[in-house]
Design a protein around this ligand. Structure first.
Ligand SMILES: Cc1ncc(COP(=O)(O)O)c(C=O)c1O
Length: 409
């Protein structure tokens, strides 16, 4: 039996425990949704205030230069580069993940022409599947989406690129990024990775793995806030030949020369399109302070410990209550989330949220719990499962109000 006191002891011995102070968390909430919208880092409100009141309010348009707004996408990109194993000058923070994926998939086609298949997997996030289907339709190509376990065996000489999300948003299943990248290259294909559910919560070494292109989300484990800009990585060897399918002025070599013809910027700036979303970008920049001096290997160790603890408690206390574990049991195959299937999943998650335990629901039956190591304690995991036991034992979820479906689940 795992006791709450044991969890308190683990918190006392946790080398990352001090990171929790870098976030503003509401009292009485156990936040298990950092995989969807990260918590608010402590420095963000003041940074937003300065950006709005000082830089915008007083500096006005001068702030594009004086406050360094114009190259903030690159500076934030360099900070993210440090978290994903990329060198400075290869990552830019801009646009949304969907748009960056579109740019990357299109650009990959010009880097690896003459092949007719985009290979992904059936578990990929819908926006990724939609973007790829759209690109494929315009180019007369085919999207192949086998089951995640069958991707490696499906890479053949017809494949132009293997485009996958590293951690499955539903189950938390973790692809072997270096291995699949190597298999893609061996078959003459490129690799395009979506790091939405992995950036900031585990060590990633894009350069060591030889990844060609990658994108990721700013508002999940990077905690950049709702609608935070996403990021885009281009391997140094492709920078000069990366053709952005959206030729906007901020991807131009000299935007303020207002030339009539497009000439791409020399570095990763060519992946930009238009005016940066400055307020969101400033928030993301401030949010990244929470990663100062943080070793992502330590974050990963704690992430595995948290998900292992959650699973152990689920096994111990929720047996016979109708749950099945949808996430891989082996920690090496799992990201920082655990999903439980239950036919009444939606109502169960709503009942939990009402009690301050915030996870989310993914249709048709997944209760999804994300574990963000910088601000989550072991005792939170214990308390969350305790609430779940209450919700089940007392059938709290049966109340009609827990069945009302909101637009965002
Ligand atoms: C794997 C993956 N890609 C992309 C997105 C969303 O992209 P966007 O920032 O364009 O909304 C998500 C959102 O949850 C995601 O999980």
């Amino acid at each position: 039996v795992i006791t709450r006191a044991e969890c308190e002891e683990r918190d006392a011995a946790d080398p990352l425990a001090h990171l929790r102070e870098r976030f503003l968390l509401p009292p009485g909430v156990i936040y298990l949704d950092g995989n969807s919208l990260g918590a608010l880092p402590a420095g963000v409100p003041e940074r937003i205030r300065i950006t709005v009141e000082e830089q915008w309010g007083k500096g006005l348009i001068r702030s594009w230069n004086d406050a360094g707004w114009v190259d903030l996408p690159r500076r934030v990109g360099d900070r993210i580069a440090g978290l994903v194993g990329a060198r400075p000058g290869t990552v830019v923070a801009c646009d949304s993940t969907s748009i960056n994926l579109f740019k990357s998939v299109e650009a990959a086609l010009t880097l690896a022409p003459d092949r007719r298949v985009i290979l992904t997997d059936s578990g990929n996030f819908p926006t990724d599947l939609y973007v790829m289907a759209g690109v494929a339709a315009r180019h007369g190509m085919e999207v192949r989406s086998p089951a995640p376990e069958e991707v490696a065996g499906s890479i053949d000489g017809e494949v132009a690129m293997v485009a996958l999300t590293q951690v499955d948003y539903r189950t938390g299943r973790l692809h072997d990024l270096p291995e699949i990248t190597a298999l893609a290259h061996a078959a003459g294909a490129l690799s395009v990775w979506d790091l939405a559910h992995s950036a900031g919560v585990m060590p990633i070494d894009l350069e060591a793995a030889g990844v060609d292109l990658a994108v990721g989300c700013g508002y999940k484990y990077l905690n950049g806030g709702p609608g935070a800009p996403a990021f885009l990585y281009v391997a140094p060897r492709h920078l000069e030949r990366f053709h952005n399918p959206i030729q906007g002025w901020f991807g131009h070599v000299a935007p303020f020369e207002f030339r009539p013809d497009f000439e791409a910027a020399p570095g990763v700036d060519r992946a930009r399109v238009g005016t940066p979303h400055l307020l969101s970008l400033a928030a993301l920049d401030a949010a990244l302070d929470a990663f100062d001096d943080v070793d992502l290997r330590e974050v990963r160790v704690k992430s595995v410990d948290l998900t292992e603890l959650f699973l152990a408690l689920v096994d111990e206390r929720l047996d016979g209550m109708g749950f099945t574990v949808a996430s891989p049991r082996a920690p090496s195959r799992r990201g920082s989330q655990v999903s439980l299937r239950h036919p009444e999943g939606y109502a169960i998650v709503q009942a939990l949220i009402e009690r301050g335990v915030i996870g989310d629901f993914r249709a048709p039956d997944l209760c999804r719990f994300g574990f963000s190591p910088p601000y989550l304690r072991f005792v939170d995991v214990w308390d969350a499962v305790d609430e779940l036991v209450e919700v089940m034992a007392n059938e709290v979820w049966r109340d009609g109000r827990h069945r009302v479906r909101s637009a965002v689940t």
